[in-house]
Structure formats: C-alpha cells, structure tokens
Design a protein around this ligand. Structure first.
Ligand code: PAF
Length: 280
C-alpha cells in the first residue's frame, strides 16, 4: 500500500492510473477509523482497481467552538486498518497542502445544506463540499463511497455532483451499528459509560419509528412525537432536532412515503454531539 501526502503526487498517480485505463474508488474520511469506515473501504474494494482512502481532518467543516483540536488523530492505526481492508493508497495530506496560505475559494450548496445540521452548524457543509470537491479533483475517482450515517452530507454531495458536473458515481454504504444499536461514530469514544448507555435512546427512538411505520402509522408528527418522547426520558440528552424529511432534498414531510422518508436525529449527549437516522 502506498502512502501519499502531497497533492501533486496524488494527482500524478491518478493521471497515470487513468492513462492505463484503470479505475479509482475514493473513500473520503477524517481518520480515527472504526468498523463503519472499514466497511466503506470494503465496499470500495471490487468497485474499482485502485482504492484510495483519504485521511484528512478538515478544518473548514468545524466551527471555532467545535472539536477540531481534540478530534482523534491516529494515522498509524488507520493505515493498518485500511491495508487490512484492501485499500491500495492512503492520501493523508497536511492541512497546508489542501489549504495553502491565501486559500480563498469555497463551494456552497444552498438548499439541501440549510435545514437540520445546517441550522446548528451553519458553515459545516461549506467545508464538506469544498474539501470533497478538492478531493475529487485531486484523486479523480470514478466512484466515491460515503456512509448513510451522514445522510444529509450524502444528499448535499450528490447535489453538488449534479450541479457542478462532476462525473463521479456515489455509493452509499449502510450505517454500521454496535450490537446494542448505537451507530458507529468516531465521536462515540468521547462518551462515558453512562453517556454511552443513555445514547442508546437514539437508535431506540429510530427503531420505534420503524416499528410504528411497519404497523401502519404514516403521520410524521406522531412518529416525531414518539421519538422525541423516548429521547426526553434521558436527562443527559438535549434534543437538537428530530425531523421527518425527504431523503434526497431534506424537506420536511407530513406523511411517510416508504423508502423516501428519513427520520433524522441530532442530540447533545451532554458535551458530545451525536447524529443518527433511518430511512422509513
Ligand atoms: O464524513 C466525513 O468524515 C467528512 O465529512 C468527509 C466526507 C471526509 C469530508 O471531510
């Protein structure tokens, strides 16, 4: 496996792979890889001849009061996990390769990025779309793999691809959960034992909505009320949002249309921000 830290070296490799008629799959990550990320890498393997995993803690998607400085960085362990999962290249640039001094160009998706995460993290998706567009230009993937756990991110990136005429195909891999239902996330490691126990209310709320829909409930307000009730039983949880939205546009829905409705939840578990979702 090759480890590349320079943008120009990555671009040279991507050009030479394409010149040989070989395909590239990209798995963009911020490192601190868990089994959920590993499943993105294994999803990419077999979809292209060269699997590139980018590892870059992107400063522009964190606002000043967020956890950029304490975000876990563990490159050696990440490299070992990617190699074991079958990746061919790690692209792990330092920040000044991606944002050199004087950097001043940003990409903003202005519709899907607005609600949900966009309300409490107003500059987040601007950072995501900017870095993902740069990664697409640097790594020139034929296919890129993202996780369903970040459903709004997926929808925003898909829209950016259409709007800006990128030709990369997107594959969305399912959310991986711990045996007790907690969605895997790099931020789970911040949770104390008690916080982690209470965080199970998030997946319980989503699974309850799924069960209610299976029993015939279609009204979004009732589903949202029940999920909110489950979360509100836990004093460490502060609900940021519980919303029923269209899975592609993130617009609020009154009725569940199967396969199109997404219940999205964000909470503060004391000082740890957690998100999760389910397609109903
Ligand atoms: O999902 C993430 O880890 C990040 O938002 C991404 C897509 C790697 C961009 O920094």
């Amino acid at each position: 496996m090759q480890i590349i830290t320079s943008v120009s070296e990555m671009q040279t490799l991507a050009s030479s792979l394409h010149a040989q008629g070989r395909t590239i799959a990209l798995v963009p990550t911020m490192g601190a890889l868990h089994a959920g990320h590993v499943s993105l890498v294994t999803t990419a393997v077999g979809r292209a001849e060269c699997v590139v995993v980018s590892i870059f803690v992107n400063p522009t998607q964190f606002s000043p009061n967020e956890d950029f400085n304490k975000y876990p960085r563990e490159l050696e362990a990440d490299i070992a996990k990617c190699e074991a999962a079958g990746a061919h290249v790690i692209f792990a640039p330092p920040a000044d390769q991606i944002y050199p001094k004087g950097y001043s160009t940003y990409i903003t998706e202005e519709f899907i990025a607005r609600p949900l995460e966009g309300v409490s993290r107003p500059s987040h998706f601007r950072g995501v779309t900017t870095v993902v567009a740069k990664l697409f230009n640097i790594c020139r993937p034929d296919v890129a793999v993202f996780g369903q756990k970040d459903a709004q991110q997926v929808a925003v990136i898909k829209k950016m691809i259409v709007d800006l005429n990128f030709t990369v195909a997107i594959v969305v891999a399912p959310t991986l959960r711990e045996a007790d239902g907690l969605a895997m996330s790099s931020r789970n490691r911040y949770l104390s034992v008690t916080q982690r126990q209470e965080a199970l209310a998030i997946s319980r709320a989503l699974f309850k909505a799924r069960d209610m829909v299976a029993s015939g409930e279609r009204r979004a307000d009732r589903l949202v009320a029940e999920a909110t009730h489950i979360l509100s039983q836990h004093r460490r949880i502060r609900v940021i949002y519980v919303s029923m939205v269209d899975a592609d546009t993130m617009e609020p829905q009154r009725e569940v249309i199967s396969g199109r409705a997404l219940m999205a939840i964000a909470v503060w578990m004391e000082d740890v921000r957690l998100i999760d979702n389910i397609v109903l």
